[in-house]
Design a protein around this ligand. Sequence first.
Ligand code: ZN
Length: 280
Amino acid sequence: MSENRKFISGIVPPQERSAPAWWFIFMIDKLLVHQEPESVTVPFLIDPNELGLTVMGKNYLGQLDDRHCYAVEVAEGTLPPAGMTFEGLRQVYGRLDENLFWIAARAVQIVDWDRTHQFCGRCGAPLRVKTTERAKECPKCGLLHFPRLAPAIIVLVERGKELLLARSRHFMPGMYSVLAGFVEPGESLEEAVVREVREEVGISVKDIKYFGSQPWPFPHSLMIGFTATYAGGNISVDDSEIEDAGWFTADNLPRIPGKISIARKLIDWFIDKQGGRLTS
Ligand SMILES: [Zn+2]
């Protein structure tokens, strides 16, 4: 899923470039996009100065089909050029080409990391970008600073023809999803699955199997998906995070997350297995 097969990540930009490149231009976490009737796209230019914008912090991302990609940012309050808007990534999903979308999901995290890692957290010296890996190095004390990445597990628990769905307090009204939570230091992914399910709904699970993973740039998670089988216990909701949870069948589902998410891919996988098919 979301495998950018045509995208090759890179750190060192080309020394000379005469062809246009894709520019992922952010104002904080909002992406600058061209508005087209049914879709949006990102600027494809020699230089973003062509748009009359003052950009900061140029980060090279790599190549999409031999076209170079850069992430930059503009100051807060910058007005978009004519025919363009700044939009959140969730809002452009489905309207921006899928490959460009997932590069934008990288770009927003690189830009955020670059902005928030200007100085060494140990000695305060200005950091230097490394050219051998996606990292910054302190020239004074040598400490390495990598982009932040928070791993989180997400798990579909099945019980025969039923799957477990829960409602978090911050979901849209009526929406249910599979369980998810951040991995704690020192914990394996499988241990995180067992703990999250127990903490959130009070049941135990077995047969934990890897499903797939997905970057989730809100703001810097990596979702690692699993399936698991119910092993015992009754649902008892942890009311600090979850307000309701229950067993659902493929033909009796509540409102579920959109296709951008690995949550939805897990649910679709289960529905397919039951011989059903969701259309939207
Ligand atoms: Zn230092």
